[in-house]
Write a protein that binds this ligand. Structure first.
Ligand SMILES: Cc1ncc(COP(=O)(O)O)c(C=O)c1O
Length: 407
C-alpha cells in the first residue's frame, strides 16, 4: 500500500481538528492596515496581538520612506546572488551597519532568518558534533539535520555538559541555541553556555531573532544583556522582527563571517535581500538607536500583559520576555479560546505540536500598542476564560522580566 506524500498531517491536521470545532485560525488574511495596532480581517477591525514587529517600525514614516526610495532607486529585486550579480553597495552598507550595531567585526546577509540558520549547516562537517537546545527554532533544527555532523539535543546545561564531555576528542563542536525561545519566551542561559563552550573547546552560535532590538542596553539583544557581545562565535539576526523588514544576517568575528560568506549555500545560491528590505532595515536601525524608549515601552506592556494574565490564573511561565505564551489542555480548548478572543476583536497566534510541545496561544504587544490596548486584551482573555471554564492556576508569581537598563 502506498502512502500519500501530501497526507502526512502537520498544520493541516490541526486545521481539520479545529475546523470540526468551527475554528478557522490559520492563514487568516488581513485586507488592510488600519493603523499600527490593528488589522482588518473579514471586514472587522481587530487588535493585532500576535505580530513580532516588536518596535512597531513597519509603519514608521522613516522606515516606509526609506523602502519606497530604495525601490525607486534600485528597483524591486536584484535578481542575483551576492557573489555574482546581486550585490549592491546598499547590502555592504547594511552589513557594516549591522556589524557595528551588534558590536561584531563583520556581518553577512541572507534573505531570511530561516536561511541564515540553514547556512550554519556549512559549519557541520562529517567529523563535527552539534549540540542543539531541544527547544530551538525549526530553522536551527533543520540546519542540524542538513549538516553532516552528529547531532545531540540537550534539555538543560547538565545534559549538555555530559554530552560535551563524551564527545570524541579532535572533533569540531558547535552549540546552537535560540537567545529567547520563540515558543516559550524564556531566555537561554548564555553565560552558562559560554562557560561550557570554553571548557570543552566548542563554538557558540546564538539566534537573536526575538531579542535583538528588545533586550540589551543598546538593543543588541540577549548577548549584550549578558555582557557577552564580544564572546559569541556567531549571532544570527533576522531583520523580520524588530527591524521591520525581511532578510537576516550572520554576525561575528571576520574570519567566521568570511567562511560563511564563501561556503554557505543559502548565501551562494539564493537571490540577495531586495533593495527595499535592505533600506527598511537600515532605517529601522536609525530608529532603534534614536528612539530607545520604544524598547522600554514594549517591555512595560509585556510586563503588564504577563502579570494581568497571571493574576487571572492564566500561566505565562516560563516566559520572561514580550513573547507571552498561554498553554491549554488540548488544541480544541486553545482553538475555542482563540475564537473567543477573535470574536472579541483580538487576534492572537494559535500554535500546537509540532511547533510547540502543547497547544497554546502566543500573544505579543508591540511599541505601537498602549495601556488601553493592553486592557482590551486582558479583558477579552478574562471573559474567554470564564466563558470556556478554563481552569485557573492559583498564586502564580509576578514575572521578573529579562530587561536591561536602556542606554
Ligand atoms: C528563533 C527564530 N529564528 C529564526 C526565525 C526565522 O526568521 P525569518 O522569519 O526571518 O525567516 C524565526 C521566526 O521567524 C524565529 O523565531
Amino acid at each position: 500500500m502506498s502512502v500519500d506524500p501530501f497526507g502526512k498531517g502537520g498544520l493541516h491536521e490541526a486545521e481539520v481538528v479545529l475546523k470540526a470545532h468551527g475554528v478557522d485560525a490559520f492563514f487568516r488574511e488581513a485586507a488592510e492596515r488600519t493603523g499600527d495596532s490593528h488589522v482588518v480581517i473579514d471586514g472587522r477591525k481587530v487588535l493585532m496581538a500576535g505580530s513580532h514587529d516588536y518596535l512597531g517600525l513597519s509603519t514608521h514614516p522613516h522606515v516606509v520612506e526609506a523602502a519606497v526610495r530604495a525601490v525607486r532607486r534600485w528597483g524591486t529585486t536584484v535578481s542575483g546572488s551576492r557573489p555574482l550579480s546581486g550585490s549592491l553597495v546598499l547590502h555592504r552598507e547594511l552589513e557594516d551597519r549591522l556589524a557595528a550595531f551588534l558590536g561584531q567585526e563583520a556581518a553577512t546577509l541572507t534573505n531570511s532568518g530561516f536561511q541564515a540558520n540553514l547556512a550554519l549547516s556549512s559549519l557541520m562537517g562529517r567529523h563535527d558534533v552539534v549540540f542543539a537546545d531541544a527547544r530551538n527554532h525549526a530553522s536551527l533544527v533543520d540546519a542540524a539535520r542538513l549538516g553532516w555532523g552528529r547531532v545531540h539535543r540537550y534539555k538543560n546545561l547538565d545534559q549538555l555538559g555530559k554530552q560535551l564531555a563524551d564527545a570524541p576528542s579532535g572533533t569540531g563542536r558547535l552549540i546552537l541555541t535560540d537567545g529567547v525561545f520563540s515558543m516559550d519566551g524564556d531566555a537561554a542561559d548564555l553565560r552558562g553556555l559560554r562557560a561550557l563552550a570554553d571548557h570543552h573547546g566548542a563554538k557558540l552560535v546564538v539566534d537573536a531573532a526575538h531579542d535583538m532590538g528588545v533586550l540589551g542596553a543598546r538593543g543588541r539583544g540577549l548577548v549584550e544583556h549578558c555582557g557577552l557581545d564580544d564572546r559569541v562565535d556567531l549571532i544570527s539576526v533576522t531583520l523580520s522582527k524588530s527591524l521591520a523588514s525581511i532578510g537576516a544576517a550572520l554576525a561575528g568575528p571576520a574570519a567566521h563571517v568570511n567562511y560563511l560568506r564563501t561556503n554557505a549555500r543559502p548565501i551562494l545560491y539564493s537571490v540577495a535581500v531586495p533593495p527595499a528590505s535592505a533600506a527598511a532595515a537600515l532605517a529601522a536601525l536609525d530608529v532603534v538607536e534614536t528612539e530607545p524608549e520604544r524598547r522600554r515601552h514594549v517591555l512595560d506592556l509585556a510586563e503588564g500583559l504577563h502579570n494581568g494574565l497571571r493574576r487571572m490564573g492564566l500561566d505565562t511561565r516560563p516566559s520572561t520576555t514580550p513573547v507571552v505564551p498561554v498553554r491549554f489542555a488540548d488544541m480544541a480548548t486553545a482553538g475555542a479560546f482563540w475564537a473567543a478572543l477573535f470574536e472579541a476583536g483580538v487576534f492572537t497566534n494559535l500554535v500546537g505540536p509540532p511547533a510547540s510541545g502543547t497547544a497554546m496561544l502566543r500573544l505579543t504587544l508591540t511599541a505601537n500598542h498602549d495601556e488601553t490596548h493592553l486592557a482590551t486584551v486582558l479583558e477579552a482573555c478574562d471573559r474567554a476564560a470564564r466563558q470556556l471554564g478554563v481552569p485557573r492556576v492559583p498564586d502564580i508569581p509576578e514575572v521578573a522580566l529579562t530587561r536591561s537598563e536602556v542606554a
